[in-house]
Design a binder for this molecule. Structure first.
Ligand SMILES: *Cc1c(COP(=O)(O)O)cnc(C)c1O
Length: 408
């Protein structure tokens, strides 16, 4: 069932998250459907960075480590992020990048399963996840085995040390059943590591309800932390004492300012820190996390489903030649939707030229992310209206739309 523009406007008028749009500085004339790749600039970010730079760094200099709790930033931000992903405040740490955090947790999991040497993952997993696992495997004498999604459960065995999966597939948007895969990993004697990069902030993730062991994710996508924002990691409380970070830097030491030459890990989640975090980047991510203040993840997920369902229905009605390449069932997908089109790259460039920003993933997928904090139903309607016109007039069929940039 499709909605009209009037119906879309009426849905926006009663949207409980409507007030959140004002938390972002969205350029006028743009419909931004790429918050799954880079969240837009929150209104509060510039001021938060200025305060950190001008007043804290500029005014209080090194005293800021204590006075403004720079030293506790990784844990403080972790505690703020925890409720968004169903974790306890002392189970999450904001630090490093997703890639680096994945390395740390995979290595910790491998060491915790001596005698088992396999990292099991999905063939189409996000490339950096596979690359990190390959690099670690060659260092640790382990192997990475990848199989298709429907073969994962059968591939778990008594040589599996860790199952590494991405909650929401970056291309199709397909969602794994976290509880089911985690308990299957546990039955096989393995640990599970989840990558939440395309879920956190857009759908209701509940790590503890799913019995999750370990997770990582990204700060610059739906969490709006800015380009290159720090990532995060989750380690279930019960596992923390048994796991060790392979990047045993001084920030993870029990007493960094004792300057003891011997490494002794801190109690709890703090041991997964490596070195000094970028405090300016932390300030930006803190403002990004604040865009979720007072909002329930249930409301976010409900709106995400509404937006993506409305989008799919309208595209299928109005844009012949585009084929849905995401699961149709909203409970089986995340907050982005992909359609396949043979000239997807040029089509997306033409859309961007008209102010509708999504992105392209090879070979033929055009991808649209719906961020419930700032996207509305009228955005969806207008985006499809423009897309339909471009498809109908073949406005994409121009050499300038075929020129490939480095970032797609
Ligand atoms: C975006 C994304 C990453 C990004 O990793 P970085 O270390 O921040 O470059 C990793 N994994 C997945 C699944 C992602 O979607």
């Amino acid at each position: 069932m499709t909605i009209s523009l009037d119906e879309a406007l009426a849905l926006d008028a009663v949207d409980p998250l409507r007030k959140c749009r004002a938390r972002f500085r969205l350029p006028s004339g743009i419909i931004y459907l790429d918050g799954n790749s880079l969240g837009p600039l929150p209104v509060a970010t510039a001021q938060q960075i200025t305060q950190t730079v001008e007043h804290h760094w500029g005014g209080d200099l090194i005293a800021s480590w204590n006075k403004h709790d720079w030293i506790g930033a990784s844990q403080r931000l972790g505690a703020k992020l925890a409720p968004l992903i169903g974790a306890r405040p002392d189970e999450v740490l904001v630090c490093d990048s997703t890639s680096v955090n994945l390395f740390k947790l995979l290595a910790a999991a491998l060491s915790a399963r001596p005698g088992r040497s396999k990292i099991l993952s999905q063939t189409g997993n996000f490339p950096t996840d596979l690359y990190i696992a390959q690099g670690l495997a060659s260092l640790a004498g382990a192997t990475l085995k990848t199989v298709d999604a429907d073969a994962i459960l059968a591939a778990l065995g008594d040589d599996s040390a860790v199952l590494m999966l991405t909650d929401i597939d970056y291309r199709s948007g397909a969602r794994h059943d976290m509880a089911r895969f985690t308990s299957a990993a546990h039955r096989a004697g393995a640990l599970a590591v989840w990558d939440l990069s395309h879920s956190a902030g857009a759908i209701a993730v509940d790590l503890n309800a799913a019995g999750a062991d370990l997770a990582v994710g990204c700060g610059y996508k739906y969490l709006n932390g800015g380009p290159g924002a720090p990532g995060y990691l989750f380690v279930a409380e019960a596992l923390q004492p048994a796991l060790a970070s392979p990047l045993s830097g001084w920030f993870g030491h029990a007493d960094p300012f004792a300057f003891d030459p011997a490494y002794c890990p801190a109690e709890g989640i703090a041991r997964f820190q490596a070195g000094t975090p970028s405090i300016i980047a932390m300030a930006a991510l803190e403002a990004g996390l604040a865009t979720f203040d007072g909002v329930s993840m249930g409301a976010i997920e409900a709106k995400s489903r509404g937006l993506s369902q409305a989008f799919i229905a309208l595209v299928e009605q109005r844009c012949p030649g585009l084929t849905l390449a995401s699961p149709r069932d909203p409970s089986a997908r995340g907050s982005h939707v992909v359609f396949a089109h043979a000239d997807g790259y040029a089509l997306m460039q033409a859309l961007i030229a008209r102010g509708v920003i999504g992105d392209f993933r090879a070979p033929d997928l055009i991808r649209f992310g719906f961020a419930p904090l700032y996207n509305g139903f009228a955005d969806v309607w207008r985006a499809v209206d423009i897309l339909a016109e471009i498809v109908e007039t073949r406005a994409w069929d121009q050499p300038r739309f075929r020129e490939r940039s480095r970032v797609t």
